[in-house]
Design a binder for this molecule. Structure first.
Ligand code: EPZ
Length: 417
């Protein structure tokens, strides 16, 4: 288990290249189960979650080689349709194999993911939708047992626009019999990236990115070569790093087209944003203003950016109100930030962030992926040295973050805990 040792208050400079999106790569890798030929997926980030997904598929009989962010994968001859608990518990996104397995192999046994630090994380919407498409589903000893001779197209309405729920049903519907329409679908850009990959493989998906998605089932899907979109959450995290450390950095390969809410809020917090072209932005600090944030489904402000903004706004001149509307327990970073001298109080699903002049280094504990990113941001801005423990949480979703920060001039070291 590793930790980071970070010497704070260093002004950063230079440029950083954003990696491929974890939350686009994971469903796309799961979708290769549907293809009857090998696929090449490029710009895949080298992350713990990606390795977990590949192990899960390898245990079912998939073959792959992964180097230099390029994945060559062949899932056309799986010998098993079981996703074991010991891998699923490490990564909730494993539920994304359920839809592809049922529609391609007529059966699946997938461990229920269980909750995680940020919430209960149910998958009832995934299961109800598959039932509406004709799947027989039983929950036995913590596993979802799903069977369907041939899934049938259906009209699916989601109570809440679930991201992986939308992705699961898009994948299930690609080989179903007839047309499936998803109402109140998630509109996240990662859903669009999945649909673009599947259409390149011969699927018939329209409306991805809107709240109504239509999928006409086809008989087979071929293999294809595809490049995963850049990670908007990593790009947003580096914007917070620049502003919190009063630095000016250039962010390359950022998917600016889908970052309007993040850019708008970082500007409101007093950063200067200079957009050089479609995917290059210079973020410079000028003044530190408080900002009110309310997380919402896309295109609203992303919940995956909440912890990073909370950390950054601990130093604003004034009070910020951060409202978390997606997950019920996504303020675990607050207690750790307060140990560094922040002044944050929680009231229900709101964090009231009273700006302070200085944060102080301290040993802090990461609890989940984005909370760990928020502690790194605070550590970079704080006086003295901070140790961030349990950074395996961070390694799940940020590719070589320490190396990227060292290149910007940060004093950060990865040490055995
Ligand atoms: C995806 O999780 C992302 N993960 C999360 O990113 C992200 O925070 C989340 O979407 C919201 O944007 C991946 O894409 C792999 P949801 P997902 O289903 O799909 C409720 C990160 O940091 N819900 O959109 O699991 C649920 O409880 C991770 O990279 C049900 O009630 O999220 C939540 O309140 C963290 N029943 C809300 O919907 C269901 O069946 C949104 O969850 C499914 C969801």
């Amino acid at each position: 288990m590793d930790k980071f040792s970070i010497e704070g208050s260093k002004t950063l400079h230079g440029s950083v290249d954003i990696s491929g999106s974890k939350n686009a790569a994971l469903p796309i890798i799961a979708a290769t189960i549907l293809c009857n030929k090998p696929c090449t997926i490029n710009n895949v980030p080298d992350l713990a979650d990606i390795v977990t997904m590949l192990k899960l598929l390898e245990n079912m009989g998939c073959q792959y080689s992964f180097s230099n962010n390029s994945l060559k994968i062949d899932c056309s001859k799986l010998q098993s349709t079981k996703a074991e608990y010991d891998l699923v518990r490490k990564m909730r996104a494993s539920i994304l194999v359920l839809g592809p397995l049922v529609t391609k192999y007529s059966q699946a046994i997938v461990s229920l993911p269980g909750g995680c630090a940020i919430g209960v994380r149910p998958v009832n919407l995934h299961i109800d939708a598959l039932k509406a498409m004709g799947a027989k589903i039983n929950i036995e000893q913590g596993y979802v047992h799903a069977n369907a001779k041939k899934l049938k197209g259906a009209e699916i309405y989601f109570d809440t626009p679930t991201v992986t729920g939308t992705e699961n049903i898009i994948m299930a519907a690609t080989l179903a019999d007839g047309k499936t329409t998803i109402y109140n679908a998630a509109k996240e850009p990662e859903v669009v990236d999945l649909a673009n990959f599947l259409n390149k493989c011969g699927a018939k998906i329209s409306g991805a990115g809107s709240s109504t998605i239509e999928i006409i089932g086809v008989d087979t899907l071929k293999g294809s070569e595809y490049e995963v979109m850049p990670d908007r959450i990593e790009a947003g995290t580096f914007m917070c790093i620049a502003h919190a450390t009063r630095s000016s950095i250039t962010i390359n390969n950022a998917p600016l087209y889908c970052m309007h809410s993040i850019i708008d809020k970082i500007q409101e917090a007093g950063a200067d944003i200079h957009i050089k072209n479609d995917n290059t932005v210079v973020v410079s600090h000028s003044k530190f203003l408080p900002v009110d944030i309310k997380t919402f489904v896309y295109p609203g402000f992303p919940t995956d950016m909440q912890a990073q903004f909370t950390a950054m706004l601990t130093l604003a001149q004034g009070t910020s109100i951060i409202e978390e509307t997606i997950f019920e327990n996504r303020f675990q970073h607050v207690a750790e930030l307060n140990r560094m001298g922040a002044n944050i109080t929680i009231s229900g699903n709101k964090a009231i962030v009273n700006g302070v002049k200085v944060l102080y280094g301290a040993p802090v504990m990461a609890t989940d992926l984005r909370a760990s990113a928020s502690l790194v941001i605070a550590a970079l801005a704080a006086e003295n040295t901070t140790e961030v423990l349990r950074i395996y949480h961070l390694d799940r979703g940020y590719e070589f973050l320490d190396k990227k920060l060292q290149k910007l001039g940060a004093k950060i070291k990865r040490l055995p805990q």
